[in-house]
Design a protein around this ligand. Structure first.
Ligand code: SF4
Length: 366
């Protein structure tokens, strides 16, 4: 028996994926879960409740249950001696999410569906447990990097060629074999080989990977059939919003942009992701949003800053909300927004000013 699970983070992408999977693959018995840190925004909780009316039960996974501390985060903060997590020491995800997730799935072969969008440039969580396989239904390449590395490995050329000969139509075969036989080098690396095969035909590539997985211990390989191999849809941000609006679930309220004014100039701010209200991945302008829109949560975030530990390197939250600093952060945000507006009409700039609103909290989708 193969288990299917899908983590609801409280953000838009995993919410849209859950609705998409339920509509598109109603025969899959998917277990939905949420890793609850006890430090989420109220809007996240509201979204999860609305989703439950569409999906059915969403299991809340809560770390350190039974501890006397008010939240799992307080519990682990205490046991780490008050040492706040940071991008370099990210114990929060590890202790509150990854460990609990791996306990939740146990040892059963499990497929975990992950809502990384087709227009994102990032890899998702790859389980350290061999019985858990991640699948990315919104992307053109639905497979995780560990699977791709095995399928396209130079040692696997002969096997992949044989598989393609059994699944690929004649009119594409010659080109496919040419790409397969070309060994990986530092100039022809994994993503190039992958894209060469995907460009030829996504569904054929997926069928070949599925057939390859049947020779391995991966959970997908244990299925008789896997309908996602015949799905070549790629979903980006616009499709995500559409799914959420059409389902009636709507977009989490914290994404809604709010206008602000500074020195006679207008800008907008919102929060760009779900997760803990004090998440150290948030941008400075998001901290200001928290300060002005949820002053109680900002105050709580400040209370965590003790003994020289701060959420942002080199700047405490008390310094961040000094009037002159707020003014500067808002002016910087306006400048970035103006650049962003310009870059939408100038594709060359796109590469020069990569959008940093998606700076990673990558594993926190689980
Ligand atoms: S949302 Fe941020 S603070 Fe919370 S667990 Fe994830 S990385 Fe850590």
């Amino acid at each position: 028996m193969i288990r299917h699970v899908l983590g609801i983070s409280g953000g838009k992408d995993s919410a849209a994926l859950a609705i998409y999977m339920k509509e598109k693959y109603p025969d899959f018995q998917i277990d939905y879960y949420n890793s609850d840190t006890g430090c989420e925004l109220e809007e996240t909780e509201q979204l999860i409740n609305r989703l439950e009316s569409v999906l059915g039960t969403i299991t809340r996974i809560i770390a350190a249950q039974g501890s006397p501390e008010p939240t799992p985060f307080h519990h682990f903060l205490k046991s780490s001696g008050g040492y706040l997590p940071s991008p370099q020491a990210r114990w929060c995800t590890q202790k509150m999410k990854l460990v609990e997730f791996e306990k939740y799935v146990g040892d059963e072969p499990t497929i975990s569906y992950v809502g990384i969008r087709g227009d994102e440039e990032r890899e998702g969580y790859v389980s350290t447990k061999p019985n858990v396989q991640a699948i990315f239904p919104f992307r053109r390449n639905i497979w995780s990097m560990d699977v791709i590395n095995k399928v396209l490995h130079n040692d696997n050329i002969a096997q992949l060629e044989e598989i393609y000969r059994s699944v690929c139509p004649q009119n594409l075969l010659e080109k496919a074999i040419e790409a397969i036989q070309k060994p990986l080098t530092k100039y022809f690396y994994y993503s190039k080989k992958l894209n060469a095969l995907l460009d030829l035909d996504v569904k054929i590539f997926n069928q070949a990977v599925f057939k390859y997985l049947k020779t391995t211990d991966y959970p997908v390989g244990k299925l008789d059939s896997f309908p996602l191999v015949d799905n070549d849809e790629v979903l980006g941000i616009n499709e995500i919003y559409k799914i959420l609006e059409e389902s009636g679930v709507g977009v989490p309220a914290y994404y809604k942009e709010i206008e602000f004014e500074v020195d006679g100039k207008k800008g907008k701010y919102s929060r760009s992701r779900s997760g803990c209200y004090f998440c150290f991945f948030q941008q400075k302008i998001e901290w200001i949003w928290l300060y002005e829109q949820h002053p109680d949560l900002f105050q709580k975030s400040m209370e965590f800053e003790k003994d020289g530990y701060t959420w942002n390197q080199g700047e405490s939250l008390a310094d961040l909300i000094k009037p002159e600093r707020i003014r500067q952060i808002k002016l910087d945000a306006i400048k970035r927004q103006e650049l962003k507006a310009k870059k939408q009409s100038n594709s060359l700039l796109v590469d020069m000013f990569a959008d940093d609103s998606d700076v990673l909290c990558a594993n926190c989708f689980i």
